[in-house]
Design a protein around this ligand. Sequence first.
Ligand code: ZN
Length: 160
Amino acid sequence: MKIAENLVVQIDYTLTDNDGKVIDSSEGAGPLTYLQGAGNIIPGLEEALIGKETGDKIEASIAPDKAYGERVEEMSQQVPRDLFAGIDNIEPGMQFQSETDQGPVMVTVVEVADDTVTVDGNHPLAGVHLNFAVEVRDVREATAEEIEHGHVHGEGGHQH
Ligand code: ZN
């Protein structure tokens, strides 16, 4: 069965940046199962997998506009350290939910100074060119309920 819209796809993958650093991998975590065409995974990877079938191995190099978008510098800003009162050790890499005019945004601490903390609301992979090595493990029909919900049920999917 070739990968197309509304099919459930199971893949093993390794994701590296352009320096060859592994960002994410299904190794250890188990294969990723997703519903093709439902926006469960980044658009560039969905496109690269169209027409592939079980056993196929592909390498896909995906620019930020088909992945997590370009970085928006305005989303990085310095805020008073007082905002983090009650948190003893603020360190780069920590993530917080921040309320903004556009709704809740996950921000990452990038720098901590005496009086200020620099937080970044960009997705951690915004602006990053992604290189996927993927092996297709399984392709199956989705159930009507999975298509309606826009995600996979059962093993590797939503348990509800
Ligand atoms: Zn569901």
